[in-house]
Design a protein. Structure first.
Lengths: 93, 370
């Protein structure tokens, strides 16, 4: 059974996600979610992952309130109703 | 009839476009476009209907290529930016140079990590050029302080010259299919072997159509006092080749420092060349007194030109692509500083004037008359 989750996009990425802030995705893990995004939203995907498939260095991915770095990284399991949020890292200068 | 001077100014916070009439009395500034995102390379493409390209190095969302078809009144992203094949293992960090190719919509882009890409549709799709990107040396190049960047692309008929920091000068004589390291006489100061086959920290290369075979290079100098293995290596910073880049010789004698980033050739005189010497440790103007140095005899001697520039307490840096010259009858030289000043050197640099005093740090300045 594949989980259905909501991917929440920051404002700069919405133009690549069809203009919407929220994109429904069926996926079991974060990696699975990214792979599905690559198929369904090919212009959004390269904004999140580089050519090697790695999440871009200055982006954080949260499941609900938890950073996936503090969970199982890209292998973190998803469950129905989760909200996955992509957040650019805070930076200055 | 070409009657407008268009400057593109790539900065830490986006690209600006400045435009003036041929008198260049007053420049109007537009921008920033791609706001908040560093721009390291621009191109004013004068082929056909003029256009502008700018690389936009978004630290969060990756590389974009911006294109303007209305001379910098607005910019849009092209459909894609250069990217390595999935199985390559490298990820694109930045675009350091955009140059026109031979076909109408053909573009060449030098990127970081050092590789070459081509587009045949005005930047909407890109393909990697394997002859240099997968060169047997490519995995042995090391990044300099600015990154492992391909910053210079010069096309000269079937010859292609590439400048890589730190890879050195690479030459193709088959239109860019294959490349060989061509660094005889190009010194390196940061390794025991002063004259390696490749791996030099070339900063910029320039040429002129009227002097076939001649090239000028600003290399990473500043090693006259090196006392480590291999000994001192003075005057390796400013070089000239007269055989299409196969061999190089120093033309640094007479300069206050052989360290610098840009090197520019006068559009109507292949013997007149400009550099901006910097102190090697601080990479700022020697003594806090900025000056362009000009040779009018192909590098045999140099003279300081600084009328109108600050006389003291000015410690800015001029990066490798931040100096250029227009091609009007009496050309003007332009340079941008890391402190956000854009200077014009009227009458080929005889008199400098600050056009804009407080832009974001400037990476890149290009000019065209359209």
């Amino acid at each position: 059974m594949v989980a259905t989750v909501t991917l929440f996009l920051p404002e700069p990425l919405r133009t690549y996600g069809g203009g919407s802030a929220e994109v429904p995705v069926a996926a079991n893990t974060i990696r699975d979610l990214l792979d599905r995004i690559e198929q369904t939203h090919p212009t959004l995907y390269p904004n999140v992952c580089d050519e090697t498939g790695a999440v871009r260095r200055h982006l954080n991915i949260f499941i609900n309130a938890d950073n996936v770095r503090d969970l199982d990284g890209l292998q973190t399991q998803l469950k129905n109703g989760d909200v996955v949020t992509i957040v650019p890292a805070v930076s200055g200068g | 009839m070409a009657d407008r001077v268009v400057l593109t100014i790539g900065t830490k916070k986006g690209v600006f476009v400045a435009e003036a009439g041929k008198t260049r009395k007053r420049f109007d500034l537009r921008g920033p476009f791609g706001p908040g995102v560093p721009v390291y390379s621009t191109l004013v493409d004068t082929r056909g209907t003029p256009g502008i390209y700018a690389s936009s190095c978004n630290p969060f969302f990756g590389m974009k290529v911006l294109k303007s078809t209305d001379m910098g009144k607005s910019f849009k992203e092209t459909k894609s930016a250069p990217a390595f094949p999935k199985d390559d293992g490298r990820a694109l960090i930045n675009i350091w140079s955009i140059e026109p190719g031979s076909a109408k919509k053909e573009l060449w882009a030098g990127v970081e990590p050092a590789s070459l890409f081509k587009s045949y549709d005005g930047g909407d799709s890109w393909e990697m050029v394997p002859g240099i990107s997968n060169h047997e040396h490519s995995r042995k190049w090391n990044p300099g302080n600015g990154g492992l960047c391909m910053h210079t692309i010069i096309r000269d008929g079937n010859r292609v010259h590439l400048g890589i920091s730190t890879g050195g000068h690479y030459l193709s004589e088959d239109g860019g299919q294959t490349f060989t390291a061509a660094n005889t006489g190009v010194g390196a100061g940061f390794q025991p072997d002063p004259y390696p086959e490749f791996g030099q920290c070339v900063h910029k290369i320039a040429r002129h159509d009227d002097a076939p075979g001649r090239l000028y290079m600003q290399n990473h100098g500043g090693w006259a006092n090196w006392t480590g293995p291999g000994g001192p290596r003075p005057d390796i910073g400013v070089l000239r080749s007269d055989d299409h880049g196969h061999t190089w010789r120093s033309i640094a004698k007479g300069l206050p420092s052989d360290f610098g980033f840009p090197i520019v050739v006068h559009p109507h005189d292949a013997d007149t060349v400009y550099v901006m010497p910097l102190e090697p440790m601080t990479r700022t103007c020697p003594g806090g007194a900025p000056a362009v140095w000009r040779s009018e005899n192909g590098g045999e001697s140099w003279s300081r030109i600084a009328k109108g520039l600050p006389k003291k307490q000015s410690y800015f840096t001029i990066l490798r692509d931040a100096m250029t010259i227009d091609d009007l009858k009496t050309p003007a030289l332009y340079f941008g500083t890391t402190t956000g000043q854009l200077w014009i050197g009227r009458e080929s640099g005889e008199k400098f004037e600050c056009l804009f005093d407080a832009l974001p740090p400037i990476h890149n300045v290009k000019v065209a008359v359209v």
